[in-house]
Structures are given as structure tokens and as C-alpha cells.
Design a protein around this ligand. Structure first.
Ligand code: PEP
Length: 249
């Protein structure tokens, strides 16, 4: 059995006081829950995470990075900087980046390479829009998004990935994929990974993201190929985030 992993995506939220309270609340409630957990925070708060969380069971990371290493790229943050603040994870290819910043799957693949180069773990997000799902294109769309990344990587490095299936129509909408719907896509993603590296397919966590909340987490996390959650809104309240972590036990 793969260990469960629950990651909070804070998106563009937070300030130092609220972050301190949220992190303290999570740390206080973690208890003996078995799932690994992490928070992916806005880049200015990486230092706060390092100061607050070093030595704890809560890992931290970023929500995006440049595909470039340090240099003349005004406004960008490179993977080396996230690693410099102890970051372990970087979300790559989130649908909000793809939709609002025009990120192509090729760019996402280059960002994955940049994250791996710094010995961090990329959380590679894939997901279909409502129109694509209704047109029966889900498998084709998420498959193409994943293949663009797998094509760029040596199969040997694939065990270092985390995948996240995040149907676009479920993100921030309160409408989650049913456990069956999500399980089907997760199994397909794992099969695609297995075609490149069977050993990687056995160990890579495939997270579900899209309106995962305390009341639906248990059923989603009970599916054989759902290894955890990438949590947006519910990661901003310690009791909700902790309830999802508890549901993963
Ligand atoms: C996300 O943005 O990755 C996400 C899953 O958001 P939410 O949980 O709010 O749907």
C-alpha cells in the first residue's frame, strides 16, 4: 500500500499572522495521523514556513517555478530559490496556471525538469474542463498532459514524481468528482506511468484535487488508486485540513 499524502495549495492567500495561526493549528492537531502532509504557499512565505516548520512533520513548498535557473527573468522565482528555503514540493501545471498564464504542457514539462534538478518533488497537475469531459475526451486530455511530461523525462526519475488529477470543473466549485469517476482516471494515469516504468507506477502517489472536503474525503481516499489529496479551499482552515488528513488514515 502506498502511504497517503495530503497537500494544501494555499493559492494567493495568507499573511504572516494568519499563516502562523494556520500552521500552529495544523501542527497541534496532527497527532498520530499517518498521512504525510505539506503546504504549498505563496513564495514570500517560504521563509516563514522554514522558520516555523523545520523539524516538524509538515513539509512545505511552492505553487509554481520558472523553467529557468537564476538570471534575467524579472518577476520569476526559480526552483533553486524554493530549495534554498527548504522547500520539498512544487506544484507544476495547475489548471489556473494553464488557463490564466497560458502554460503549455511543454512548458510544464520544462518546469518539472527544473524542480527535479533541485532535488525537489514536482506535483504534476492534469485535468479536463467540463466541455472536454462532456465530449468524452477526459482520457485523451489528461493522457496528453501527462505524456508531455513523461516524454521529457528519463524513465529512471519517474519515481520522484507526484501526480495530481484535478478536474477543472471541480476546482473551487464545491462539485467534486465522484469516487468512481476519480478512480477511473487515476487508474488510467497509473497505467500510463506503468508503460514507461512499472516500478514508478507502484510508488508514485496520484492525488485527487477538486473540492475535496471533510465530508467527501473519506470516500475518495478509500479508492485504490487515490493516494491523497491536493486541497485548495479546505486547506485554509486547520480543522478542515486536519479532518481530511484524518480521513486518509
Ligand atoms: C486546487 O486549487 O488545487 C484545488 C483542489 O482547489 P479546491 O480544493 O478549492 O477545489
Amino acid at each position: 500500500m502506498r502511504p497517503k499524502l495530503v497537500i494544501g495549495n494555499w493559492k494567493m492567500n495568507g499573511n504572516r499572522a494568519d499563516n502562523a495561526a494556520l500552521l500552529a493549528g495544523i501542527a497541534a492537531g496532527l497527532g498520530a495521523h499517518a498521512a504525510a502532509c505539506a503546504v504549498c504557499v505563496p513564495a514570500p512565505y517560504l521563509q516563514q514556513c522554514e522558520e516555523t516548520l523545520a523539524g516538524s512533520r509538515i513539509a512545505w513548498g511552492a505553487q509554481d517555478v520558472s523553467m529557468h535557473d537564476c538570471g534575467a527573468y524579472t518577476g520569476e522565482v526559480c526552483a533553486r530559490m524554493v530549495a534554498d528555503f527548504g522547500g520539498r514540493y512544487v506544484i507544476v501545471g495547475h489548471s489556473e496556471r494553464r488557463a490564466y498564464h497560458g502554460e503549455s504542457s511543454e512548458l510544464v514539462a520544462n518546469k518539472v525538469l527544473a524542480v527535479l534538478e533541485q532535488r525537489m518533488v514536482p506535483i504534476v497537475c492534469v485535468g479536463e474542463t467540463l466541455e472536454q469531459r462532456e465530449a468524452g475526451q477526459t482520457v485523451q486530455v489528461v493522457g496528453a498532459q501527462l505524456d508531455a511530461v513523461l516524454d521529457a523525462l528519463d524513465p529512471q526519475v519517474l519515481p520522484g514524481l507526484v501526480l495530481a488529477y484535478e478536474p477543472v470543473w471541480a476546482i473551487g466549485t464545491g462539485r467534486n468528482a465522484t469516487p468512481d469517476m476519480a478512480q477511473q482516471v487515476h487508474a488510467q494515469l497509473r497505467a500510463r506511468l506503468a508503460a514507461r516504468n512499472p516500478a514508478a507506477a507502484a510508488v508514485v502517489p496520484v492525488l485527487y484535487g477538486g473540492s475535496m472536503k471533510p465530508d467527501n474525503a473519506f470516500d475518495l481516499l478509500a479508492q485504490p488508486d487515490i493516494d491523497g489529496g491536493l486541497i485548495g479551499g479546505a486547506a485554509l482552515k486547520a480543522p478542515d485540513f486536519l479532518a481530511i488528513i484524518a480521513a486518509a488514515d
